[in-house]
Design a protein around this ligand. Structure first.
Ligand SMILES: [Zn+2]
Length: 89
């Protein structure tokens, strides 16, 4: 179990941002939606009760707005913060 599959969207703070990347072969775009944005987009895609799904399940259904490829989930806010703090003196 890891942060991607261990937590449902409702277990995250709606303001937490994650990083989604358009895969190689796509346009290479990286977006940083918040959990709230992801829930909204999932609802717009017709996914029922996205807040009860796991983050990786929902991310796998989101597509790049620019080229239409499936986005890949890169890392969580928490991991970003750890890396950031690790770099502090
Ligand atoms: Zn793309």
């Amino acid at each position: 179990m890891n942060w991607k599959s261990g937590l449902q969207l409702r277990d995250h703070d709606a303001g937490v941002r994650v990083e989604l990347n358009c895969p190689p072969g796509g346009c290479g775009r990286t977006i940083r939606p918040s959990i709230g944005d992801i829930i909204e987009r999932a609802e717009a895609l017709g996914i029922e009760a996205p807040e009860q799904l796991y983050l990786d399940q929902v991310a796998a259904r989101l597509k790049c707005r620019q080229c239409g490829r499936r986005l890949v989930l890169l890392q969580s806010h928490e991991e970003n913060m750890e890396a950031f703090q690790g770099g502090m003196p």
